[in-house]
Structure formats: C-alpha cells, structure tokens
Write a protein that binds this ligand. Structure first.
Ligand SMILES: NC(=O)c1ccc[n+]([C@@H]2O[C@H](COP(=O)([O-])OP(=O)(O)OC[C@H]3O[C@@H](n4cnc5c(N)ncnc54)[C@H](O)[C@@H]3O)[C@@H](O)[C@H]2O)c1
Length: 444
C-alpha cells in the first residue's frame, strides 16, 4: 500500500485507484464535450495525470478526479481514445449524435468541460449550467454579450462556476510581464502588437468540418485580447478589423484566411493605447514551428518583446523536421518529457490551466475555508483571469470583430465598433452611413 506521504506529494504514480485506507478521497466526476485536438493536447493529459493519483490540497483534501462521460459529434475519436488509453484512464461513457450533450448530462457529473467548435459552445454550456454543473469553456467562451449574460445569469442562479480557458495567462513569460506591470516596473502601456499564425493544416484539415463562415481572429486573437485586457486593465473603447480571403474559401465569401484586429483602450488618466493583433491559419505547413507567436508592448519607460517560438531551442532531425517534428519547440505549453527520476510525464501551462479550474471546483465543493459554500463560490468567482463575469470586454471585442467581418463580406468595408458610447454598449458604424447598428444596447 502506498504511504499517505508518498501519495500526497504526488511522487509516485499508480495506474489504479487503490487509495490508502486512512484517506477517503472525495469523488469529482467530469464530463467532456468535444474530443478533438485540444482534448488531446490538454484535457487528456490532465485526466490521465490525475488518474489513480487524485488532486490534493490542504484546503480541500484529496479528490479522486475522473473523466466519467464524453460527448462528440460522431463518437469515433472517443472510441479510438478508449482503445488506446487502456490502463491510463478509467472507463467512461461516450455519447454521440444530436442528443449527445443531453445524454452526457444524464450521467453523474459535477463539472463539464466544453471543447467543441467556438460557435457551438453556448448551447452545450447553457445546458450544463442549467443542470447545475460547474462549467469550463474553451476560448472564446461565447460569441456575443447576450450569450455571455445568459450563461453568467444561469451560473449565479444554479450556484456553480462558469469559467473559460486562457492558458496563455499561465505562460511563464506572460506571468512575468504582468508581474512587472503590477509592480510598477513597466509603466503605462502605450501601444503594441501581437501575432499568432497557425498552419494551413488547421484550416484545411483539422477544422475543415466547421470552418465555413469562421475566421482565425475569433479562434486565436482572443488569447491576446484576454492577455491585454487582464494585464493592462483599462476600458475598451473601439474595435476595427480587416482581413483576407481566397485560400480557405472564396475571395468574396465569409470564411477568412487571416485577420488584422485593432482594439483601443482608455485609461483613468485619459490616455489611450491601441493594440494590433494579426492572425492567420494559412501559414505553410513546413513552417519551422507549430505556430508563430510574437508580441511587443511599448510602455512609457520600456519595451517588452517576446517570441514564444524562439525561446532558445532549435532541433533538426533528418527526415522528421519540420513536418513530423518542429524545429523550434515550445516546451512550455505542453510537452512530453522523461523526468530525471525516470517517470514519463506530459506537462506545461496548457495542462496547468485545466488543473487549476478543477482545483477551484474542489475548493467550492470540499473546501474547509471559508466555512460556507456560498463564500467559497464567491471567492472563486472573483478570480478574473477565468471567470465569465470578467469576460465582458473580451467577448465584446469578439462580437464586434465578427460583425465587422460579416459587414465586409456583405460589401461594406472599414466599419468601426464603438463601446459604451451615446448610442449604446456596442454599436457598429459604417463609414458612409449616417445610421448605426446597435449590437448590444446595455453597458459592456
Ligand atoms: N486553448 C487553446 O489554445 C485552444 C487550442 C485549440 C482549440 N481550442 C478551442 O477548443 C475548441 C475545439 O477546438 P479543437 O481544436 O479541439 O477542434 P476539433 O475540430 O479538433 O474538435 C472539435 C470536437 O468537437 C466535437 N463536436 C463538434 N460539434 C459538436 C457538438 N454539437 N456537440 C458535441 N461535440 C461536438 C467534434 O466531434 C470534435 O470532437 C474550440 O473552441 C477552440 O477555439 C483552444
């Protein structure tokens, strides 16, 4: 039998759940909506990592976290994963087809993770919240403020958490940036740019089933929208966007190859900052890294430059790079490693973000301090890095970007969306029109 000390420190991995007699773990059962790429990269290693080992915190004790049920469109990837994962994870129920989410919610679950395509998050998250489950949604959480209001209202009514995954906030480089800003070392951001380029295999293969009518801005610029919003604070005042078409879909259609988004913020001292965020999902597949990610932020007293692909490692292997393996590796996001003490692990900030949410659920359900569940719920809700309640400006920018691109596809270029102005919370203006289109009447 494993000793209590060994399990609690997580130094030994057991493949089956044989808990020591003295410890009665609390069961924490999760459900998964969507079994695609991001499941494989972050949720799978998380659930496999806690299988038979649990999650421990002195504040909530030991939790036996299991993946109990999954829902996907066809069930094929779930069946393949079940066959391939014997011994690494317990058995789970798999539901597919149009009623998959409804059937998943009939299982005994305390939390549900939603990792379906971004325009299908809302329905699944709403159903899960309505049924009283804590919910974690992949970024972008939802595509409109009306949907965000609905989810936030439901979470409050049912007394559960509604959270979103922005794993770039867990990137050590971004944590350092924020630390320098909060500590006043970097003073007053003035402007900046961010760039994230995905390979063609994403738009042409991985996402081919759902890419029609979509754009890479919603898919990935949102990471940087959250980074800017969370790190620098401020009040979003305007959104502009343009983009290119013709590779993923027709040149006059509504499916976008690349986008250039500009968001402008105002700060309490009446100064403004603008940020340009460039994204694409048509970068050549023989690119040396999986994605190209770069940021530059300029401050009153400094400049922050970061390149997530060039953190120091370049590796070439004949016949393997840059297709099967990449030349520049991101060993921080999510990598497989052989630890010096012999264990094989998969770790990184992508997985840390999922684990952190499950710890927050455990804190609400099993925490000892504060004494009341309502107080614990409130303190977890106050974590603005992932709570839907702190997501308003990010979703506003996404909704604005989608509306501007839709207008462009309909023949009306160069629209601007203004935030919390005299005409409403989120209002689209066409350059040659006297009128406006109110996207959201309430305050953002
Ligand atoms: N955090 C990140 O950096 C990151 C990276 C990649 C993807 N994502 C997000 O994760 C989500 C999924 O992306 P992906 O790359 O895994 O996509 P994917 O296309 O690889 O997988 C999508 C999955 O959703 C399932 N699905 C589709 N419609 C469904 C429905 N109506 N009900 C239930 N399941 C359904 C499919 O069967 C598939 O298993 C997207 O929102 C995306 O933005 C986040």
């Amino acid at each position: 039998m494993l000793s209590r000390f060994v399990i609690l420190c997580g130094m030994q991995h057991s493949n089956s759940a044989h808990w020591p007699e003295r410890i009665e773990p609390q069961p924490l059962r999760g459900g998964m909506v969507g079994m695609g790429m991001i499941f494989d990269e972050t949720y799978r290693p998380f659930f496999e990592g806690v299988h038979g080992r649990g999650l421990f915190d002195p504040g909530f004790g030991l939790c036996d976290v299991v993946l109990s049920a999954v829902a996907s469109r066809t069930g094929q990837r779930a069946a393949a994963y079940r066959a391939a994962s014997q011994g690494r994870i317990g058995d789970f129920a798999s539901f597919s087809g149009p009623r998959a989410v409804e059937e998943l919610l009939s299982a005994d679950l305390q939390f549900v993770c939603v990792a379906s395509p971004d325009d299908r998050h809302f329905a699944a998250a709403r159903a899960a919240l309505e049924s009283g489950r804590h919910v974690l949604i992949e970024k972008p959480s939802v595509l409109s403020l009306a949907e965000l209001d609905e989810l936030d209202r439901l979470a409050r009514r049912r007394g559960v958490l509604a959270k979103v995954v922005y794993h770039k906030l867990f990137d050590p480089d971004h944590k350092k940036l924020r630390t320098l800003v909060i500590d006043g070392e970097l003073r007053h951001v003035n402007n900046g740019y961010c760039s994230l380029l995905e390979p063609k295999s994403i738009s042409g293969g991985q996402f081919a089933e759902w890419i029609s009518g979509r754009n890479p801005g919603t898919y990935v610029a949102v990471h940087y929208l959250k980074l800017i919003d969370f790190t620098f604070g401020g009040r979003l005042i305007s959104v502009q966007c343009t983009g290119q078409r013709g590779i993923v879909g027709p040149a006059d259609g509504n499916t976008w190859d690349s986008t250039q988004l500009r968001v402008t913020y105002a700060y309490p001292d009446a100064r403004e900052a603008s940020f340009d965020i460039h994204t694409s999902w048509v970068t050549p597949d023989n690119f040396p890294g999986y994605v190209e990610q770069e940021v530059q932020f300029r401050f009153d007293n400094g400049v922050w430059n970061a390149h997530s692909r060039r953190r120091g490692v370049e590796c070439t292997i004949e016949g393997r790079t840059p297709h099967a393996l990449k030349i520049t590796l991101n060993n921080h996001y999510n990598g497989r490693f052989l630890e010096p003490y012999g264990q094989r692990v998969q770790r990184g900030y992508g997985i840390e973000a999922i684990e952190r949410f499950v710890r927050e659920v455990a804190q609400v359900e099993f925490g000892r301090q504060p004494a009341s569940r309502d107080q614990r719920l409130e303190s977890m809700r106050n974590l603005g890095y992932n709570d839907l309640g702190a997501e308003r400006q990010v979703v506003a920018a996404v909704q604005a970007m989608e509306a501007i691109l839709a207008r462009r596809a309909a023949g009306s270029p160069d629209c601007t969306v203004r935030v919390n102005g005299p005409d409403g919370g989120l209002v689209l203006y066409e350059p040659r029109s006297a009128g406006c289109d109110v996207l959201y009447a309430g305050r953002v």
